[in-house]
Design a binder for this molecule. Structure first.
Ligand code: KMH
Ligand code: ZN
Length: 276
């Protein structure tokens, strides 16, 4: 079994800086977080950015500056979110790809997302996938529910493999409206992932209190890990997360216990078919 690819998702689009002061929202905070998480064992940074008022934005200039700053300061694989916030329109989400990341997320279907709806029409999914193929960007297919894996299979059958030829999936579990963050749900997904192209890899993240069960289930099923304040703002009951580093350090400890130590970014690039 290979080592573990650890992705940190430090910011997200859902928590406010006012409610979660430890959330990295400025470029300086993001870069400092990324550097520290890389030193601890992260290989990928999944990026959402904020504006001067710490609100989620898909501003093109800021996205480009963010990609450049992360590339300059770290060796992490920079994965931009094409999901944005549930309020972001399709054209702005497609335009994220113009910022030139190595990877971008690509969600495989519509899901209720708390009180909102995270809309991902079939035609939009195809558009994202094809634009990534054309631009040499490696997708991470985000899966919020079991049937979205079947949508991924349909996408690959009809529109071909991503650049690099490798398929990588991220199971986002425990979103209110999506699949539960349980070992049973992860095993069910894993049984469908086996029908995807040979060598398909997956990571998993559990929202909120499902973070630990999902992490342990993923490691035992041969999966990789995503952690970060996008997904979890409580470290334990009644104990807010102090920093993204705290979550990455815990994931590294679990991966080492599983005898699947963290992969450095270069090894993650090789595994995921991301051009060096
Ligand atoms: N913020 C969610 C609505 C992604 O980054 O691609 C979507 C999301 C998925 O976070
Ligand atoms: Zn995200």
């Amino acid at each position: 079994m290979p080592g573990t690819v650890i992705t940190v998702a430090p910011t997200g689009a859902e928590s406010s800086k006012a409610a979660v002061p430890a959330l990295p929202v400025t470029l300086d905070e993001l870069v400092a977080t990324a550097k520290e998480c890389e030193a601890l064992g992260a290989a990928i940074v999944h990026v959402h950015i904020r504006d001067d008022d710490a609100r989620p934005t898909l501003d093109q200039g800021r996205l480009r500056d963010t990609v450049a700053a992360l590339k300059q300061s770290t060796d992490l694989i920079v994965q931009l979110s094409s999901g944005g916030a549930v309020t972001d329109p399709e054209d702005a989400r497609l335009a994220v790809l113009e910022a030139g990341p190595e990877m971008a997320s690509c969600t495989m279907g519509t899901v209720n997302f708390g009180d909102g709806v995270f809309l991902n029409r079939w035609e939009f999914i195809v558009d994202l996938h094809r634009r990534m193929q054309e631009r040499g960007i490696v997708p991470e297919y985000e899966i919020f529910d079991l049937g979205q894996l079947t949508t991924l299979r349909r996408l690959l059958d009809q529109h071909g493999l991503p650049v690099g030829g490798h398929v990588h999936v991220d199971l986002v579990m425990g979103v209110p409206g999506g699949m539960p963050g349980t070992a049973a749900a992860l095993v069910a997904c894993e049984s469908v992932i086996r029908d995807l192209p040979a060598g398909t890899t997956f990571s998993a993240t559990g929202i909120g209190r499902s973070t630990i069960p999902v992490m342990l289930a993923s490691l035992s099923a041969g999966g990789h890990l995503r952690v970060g304040m996008e997904d979890t703002i409580s470290y334990a009951r009644g104990r807010p997360v102090e920093s993204n580093m705290q979550l990455v350090a815990r994931a590294v400890g679990f991966a080492q216990l599983a005898q699947r130590p963290p992969l450095i970014p270069a090894a993650a690039r090789e595994l995921l078919g991301v051009p060096a």
